[in-house]
Ligand binder design. Structure first.
Ligand code: HEC
Length: 99
C-alpha cells in the first residue's frame, strides 16, 4: 500500500514513481545479498522508520514512515503502533530476498 509506488510490486525498485525521482530506488530483494547474505534487520527497520535519520547524511528521498505509522502524521491514523507495522514489513522483506 505505501511502498509499491516507488519500490514496485516485488520490491525491485521499478514502481511508477521511481521513473520521476531524481535518484535510484533500490532493489529491496538484494538487502541480504549486499550485506554478506545476512538480512540487516536493524538497519532496515531504522531506515524505514526514518525518525532518527541524521540530516547530515544528505537528502533522503524516501518518506519518514515512523510518523505515518504511529499516527502523528495526517496521512494514516490508527491505533496500530509504528513498531508493529515495521516488524511486519521486516518479515515481508526477509521473504523477498533472492536465494
Ligand atoms: C517516494 C518513493 C518511496 C516510497 C513510497 C518508499 N520508498 Fe523506500 N526508498 C526510496 C528511495 C529513493 C530509497 C533510497 C534512499 C533514499 O533516497 O531515501 C529508498 C530506500 C529504502 C530502503 C533502504 C534500501 C537499501 O538499499 O538500503 C528500504 C528498506 C526501503 N526503502 C523500504 C521501503 C518501505 C518498506 C516502504 C513502504 C513503507 C518504502 N520504502 C516506500 C523511495 C521510496
Amino acid at each position: 500500500m505505501h511502498c509499491v509506488a516507488c519500490h514496485g510490486p516485488l520490491g525491485e525498485g521499478d514502481g511508477p514513481v521511481a521513473a520521476v525521482l531524481a535518484g535510484t530506488v533500490p532493489n529491496l530483494r538484494t538487502l541480504s545479498e549486499r550485506n554478506g547474505d545476512k538480512f540487516p534487520a536493524d538497519t532496515v527497520a531504522s531506515y524505514i522508520d526514518g525518525r532518527s535519520f541524521p540530516a547530515a547524511h544528505g537528502a533522503r528521498m524516501m518518506p519518514v514512515w515512523g510518523e505515518v505509522f504511529d499516527g502523528t502524521s495526517q496521512l494514516v491514523t490508527g491505533a496500530e503502533g509504528a513498531q508493529t507495522r515495521i516488524e511486519g514489513l521486516l518479515a515481508y522483506l526477509r521473504e523477498l530476498q533472492y536465494r
